[in-house]
Design a protein around this ligand. Sequence first.
Ligand SMILES: Cc1cc2nc3c(=O)[nH]c(=O)nc-3n(C[C@H](O)[C@H](O)[C@H](O)COP(=O)(O)OP(=O)(O)OC[C@H]3O[C@@H](n4cnc5c(N)ncnc54)[C@H](O)[C@@H]3O)c2cc1C
Length: 471
Amino acid sequence: MIYRDIIIIGGGAAGLMAAVGAGTATHCADGILILEKMPRPGRKIIITGKGRCNFTNVKPWSDFSAHIHPKAGLLKSAFYNLPPESLSEMFRQAGLDSVVERGDRAFPASYRSADVVDTLVRMARQAGAEILCGKEAADVRTAVQCSAEDLCGSDKAGLQDMDSRARFRIQCSDGSIYGCRKLIVSTGGLSYPASGSTGDGLGWAEEWSIRTSPTFPSLTAIVPAGYKAAAAPGTPDHGPHHPAKRPLKGHIDRSIPMSAKGKALNGVQLKNIGLSVYAGDGILCEETGDIDFTDGGLEGPAGFKVSRKCVNAISNGARVHIVIDLKPAVNQDVLAKRIEALWREIGNDRRSTGKTSSERLAVLLGKLLPRDLIRGFLLYNPGLDHTKLASALKNWRMDIAGYVGYERCVVTAGGICSSEISPRTLECKKIPGLYFAGEILDLDGDTGGYNLHIAFSTGYLAGQSAAGSAT
Ligand SMILES: Cc1cc2nc3c(=O)[nH]c(=O)nc-3n(C[C@H](O)[C@H](O)[C@H](O)COP(=O)(O)OP(=O)(O)OC[C@H]3O[C@@H](n4cnc5c(N)ncnc54)[C@H](O)[C@@H]3O)c2cc1C
């Protein structure tokens, strides 16, 4: 067994920052070790913000906390321990300048996510941490689960060292065995499994009888009915105890091909539309903003904003539909009058002679909608004529068939229940010496830098706490 004072499983945003936090301690004689299963740390950070990495949001807590779900309480101590300005300053001192854009979103001045990863790795190493990549923690046991022989006896790697200090025993898939006094689990959630986040820590938590809130994808594409050619739910198999194994009601895999309707809408981007989401007859939420139709379904800033409630409702069995208001700035009566006037104008135009009413309708739509939207809009609104157009533009209803799952969602909602964790230290109440940080916690944020700040601030606090130097 190789012994370290603190072992951090997962070298993502939370894990790297946990090492920085732990490095602030004075009594860490036997070192800090990060075990990362991918060939390099911070794989997911590389893909954040479309490669630009929106690493935090500089709003004060009163505004910041409104973007954190399901409850911001668990984050509060971590946030105040490492507020956004302190994070930016910490990066600046490590050589990474930042810029703040619209919506208080902070990015590296270079707009290169790789610079954030390089900086974090440098900071973690300077804090005294060793980072071992290609090390997948496969079997993690707490002192109560291990026999004395497991913890202290000769290990399969032949190291023969007896180490009575270890409270946790970690066996990696290559057979190597590690022991530590303090363990930080920062293995992330389940989103983008190709980046290494396959929910392993959530599986261990279940084995340790630590309660988790059911996980579900958030900040993901919602899929209108008829958008995909077929909708066969997919549930990846990651072995026993694995949360990803639970079937997700309403999951429509991103790779399922689009139907003619989906193909007609794919690529359309709409600015400043109104978007209302209903579960049954009750309204779930309303947003105004931009949406994008993609190969996955409906996304973009406003789409992502409503996705959390949408997915939650669908996975709980609700029938969900959305209503898009393509003309939010004008009321329906005024719009109807304008359409009547345009219709008369088209009728009086010499070029309309001999045109069918559907050809005239196409001319009318050309005056009211972006050209690339018309075909998809007509496919979703069959039997439309100019008398129904004002209502259709203001109340474009789409039933929602489901949502894209962990394979392409930005963040995993749900995770380790806040009731299991001391918010001031992020230590597990049931198992002293065990800490959780990052997306594995039952904390998720909106788009805008909130999720990385959750990871950085909880990582930093868990690291400091584990090293016994929490402020
Ligand atoms: C496409 C995309 C864009 C995003 N953009 C932004 C953005 O601009 N701003 C923002 O705030 N948030 C963004 N996010 C969300 C943000 O990236 C995550 O919330 C954040 O990275 C979570 O950090 P984490 O350290 O908790 O988990 P992760 O980043 O998932 O890191 C977990 C690490 O643990 C490792 N690991 C897992 N299991 C094991 C094991 N058994 N043994 C060893 N290692 C293991 C993984 O390989 C991984 O490196 C984005 C997410 C995606 C998918």
